[in-house]
Design a protein around this ligand. Structure first.
Ligand SMILES: Cc1cc2nc3c(=O)[nH]c(=O)nc-3n(C[C@H](O)[C@H](O)[C@H](O)COP(=O)(O)OP(=O)(O)OC[C@H]3O[C@@H](n4cnc5c(N)ncnc54)[C@H](O)[C@@H]3O)c2cc1C
Length: 586
């Protein structure tokens, strides 16, 4: 008997769920995929590890969404094609333009869908057509909606149900089932009821997002040593990548990572010291010098997107003895600070930040807040994930991908998730129409039995380690060998250490929650191996504009001739096979 009275020694109870379209992950992409699937009359099931009401990177809100606004950008002569070229330039061409076009063309429609669900997107004080509040974020023009995004997940999850899709919450999917080379379902574990769930589907969309950098690396901080004080949701442990890789799918860009600046000790994103902190925010050093002056121009046209702002210069201040560094809003006007506070309150974690500041008597008007290097990001500029074609189809028939789980579309962010979730559901529905239903998976299918045996081995283990021990060991290996000191020999040594850890870790769980954490560790181990192997294979260093995304000390130069492409990895006969994939142009 485990903790809480869970019976563990015998087999686990099983539940079979049938559907046409299975959506795995109920974040921004997954909710829109489920909504569109249900709209198209396809029997749709959305399965989520947490609860889609408040799950994923947007659980507590996003305050910015970029899009093309024809009534606003059109009259200035900036066309949709200009936006695509502009965005492509901001990421140095390392992007699949066909998917970027899908996002650019449809993000505004998805924003309007959010409005129909009850999300406020228009403001009386705005003089712009449509009464939007627009700021500058990623592209060179003012085309990013600042809005009341805090509760968008609540509205979206309710809409999924209203349109008739079924939601299965608190189930962690861990395996995809392949029959005749085609994905025909998935297997998961109830993280509260400890049941095994077997999903039978005709098409599946993976929307499980990126890997939370702080579950993989503790460097450079500020979540260091505090595994759950992270900007990126700690429950996002590369489960989608791991299950897809085990099933034979191709993954790209796993070697890329970067980091930004963040508050010390309290993790908040929001593009510090800009984005949610603009127009009042500036980045200053210990002597009060503005290294990143206030972005006063964010409401006006400009030729440089703020993502290209030289944030690394702030980190240089630390290295050159002019730290600590701060986010400073004290020079902003009252209206500017109020605007920032509104924006922050709708950005992930922002409400908690404002609440804590109020509790502790900290005020942006008077106090500057200390920043430091942020946690490692394994998405955004890095854009690691499944390799997909222009239809969001993975290399495995029947498996589609949307949102941050999709590789090769950097800075797609929230609009990317909304737009590709919708689009992937349309492509999935067409796939269902065109293909015969697959053979039926049963609870006695070998994959289910293997998975049950794995769970039981963790639940019945008397001696062994708790998942936290494996977490610390993994973080130590990855932070030392896989981050700042990367060379051929260091990466090989990292792989040897990881192999040792993977072979000797005997993880034990005494309840379904711990079982989930142990299964997450298994997925993190696999993702760690792919990250190290990708780093070893890509023999160059690479920047996207000023952002380092891959640094090899033994190959310090960027080698566009051989490496301006995505590096893919897939499993074939138990071995990893690498390939170079060009970025598609339209
Ligand atoms: C703090 C913060 C602020 C941000 N602000 C902005 C912003 O202002 N503008 C912007 O454009 N972008 C912003 N982003 C990025 C944006 O939130 C993401 O790009 C977007 O949410 C990605 O959508 P997604 O559906 O791919 O992933 P998510 O929304 O993260 O959803 C993934 C879902 O998959 C579930 N899942 C994972 N593994 C499993 C499994 N094994 N089984 C079942 N379910 C699983 C997760 O629980 C989660 O609900 C922000 C991100 C963060 C962290």
């Amino acid at each position: 008997m485990g903790e809480g009275g869970f019976k563990v020694s015998k087999g686990l109870e099983k539940r079979v769920i049938d559907c046409d379209l299975l959506v795995i992950g109920g974040g921004l992409a997954g909710c829109f995929a489920a909504i569109r699937g249900a709209d198209l009359g396809v029997r749709t099931v959305l399965v989520e590890k947490a609860n889609p009401l408040r799950s994923g990177a947007a659980a507590t809100g996003v305050d910015h969404i970029w899009a093309y606004f024809p009534d606003i950008q059109g009259p200035t002569g900036y066309t949709l094609d200009d936006l695509i070229e502009d965005h492509t330039d901001k990421v140095d061409g390392m992007i699949h333009q066909d998917l970027l076009r899908v996002i650019s063309e449809t993000a505004l429609d998805r924003i309007h869908d959010l409005e129909k669900m009850g999300v406020k997107i228009r403001y009386e004080q705005s003089k712009l057509p449509g009464q939007y509040i627009l700021v500058r974020q990623i592209q060179s023009v003012v085309n990013t909606l600042n809005f009341d995004g805090r509760d968008m997940k609540l509205h979206m999850a309710k809409e999924v149900r209203r349109r008739g899709a079924k939601i299965v919450s608190r189930v962690m999917v861990t395996e995809l089932v392949v029959r005749d080379g085609r994905i025909v379902g998935a297997i998961g574990i109830g993280v509260r009821d400890q049941k095994i769930y077997v999903f039978r589907s005709k098409a599946t969309i993976l929307c499980t997002a990126r890997i939370s950098g702080g579950r993989m690396f503790t460097e450079p901080g500020p979540g260091a040593g505090v595994a759950f004080n992270l900007r990126w949701p700690p429950s996002e442990t590369g489960d989608g990548k791991a299950m897809a890789f085990r099933a034979g799918a191709e993954l790209i860009n796993l070697e890329f990572s970067h980091h930004r600046v963040n508050f010390k000790n309290f993790v908040r994103g929001g593009g510090l010291p800009y984005n949610s902190y603009s127009p009042a925010g500036q980045g200053i050093n210990a002597f009060g010098k503005a290294i990143m002056p206030p972005e006063k121009g964010i409401f006006e046209d400009s030729t440089q997107g703020i993502y290209n702002a030289p944030k690394h210069k702030l980190i240089d201040e630390l290295m050159e003895g002019r730290g600590p560094i701060y986010c400073d809003l004290t020079t902003g006007t009252e209206d500017e600070v109020k605007f920032c506070e509104w924006s922050i309150s709708h950005e992930g974690g922002g409400t908690a930040l404002l609440h804590l500041m109020q509790r502790d008597g900290i005020d942006f008007r008077r106090d500057k807040l200390e920043m430091g290097p942020g946690e490692v990001e394994l998405g955004n500029f890095a854009a690691g994930g499944l390799y997909v074609d222009g239809d969001c189809a993975s290399t495995l028939p029947g498996l589609f991908v949307a949102g941050d789980e999709m590789g090769g579309v950097p800075l797609a962010c929230a609009p990317g998730a909304l737009a590709t979730g919708w689009y992937a559901a349309e492509k999935g529905a067409k796939y269902i129409q065109r293909n015969k239903p697959p053979g039926r998976v049963t609870t006695s299918t070998p994959e289910v039995q293997e998975f049950e045996a794995l769970c039981l081995s963790m639940l019945n283990r008397k001696d062994g380690q708790k998942w936290q021990e494996a977490q610390v060991a993994l973080n130590r290996i990855m932070s030392y060998y896989g981050l700042k000191l990367k060379t051929e020999k260091m990466l090989q040594r990292g792989l040897a250490n990881l192999d040792d850890l993977t072979k000797h870790a005997e993880l034990k769980a005494s309840n379904p929650h711990e079982l989930m954490r142990c299964l997450e560790m298994r997925n993190l181990f696999l993702n760690a191996e792919l990250i190290l192997r990708g780093n070893l294979e890509r023999k160059e260093s690479r920047k996207i504009k000023s952002m380092n995304i891959h640094t090899r000390l033994d190959y310090p130069d960027q080698d566009d001739e051989h490496w301006k492409c995505a590096l893919s990895q897939r499993l074939e006969n138990g071995k990893i096979v690498f390939a170079k994939r060009p970025f598609r142009r339209i």
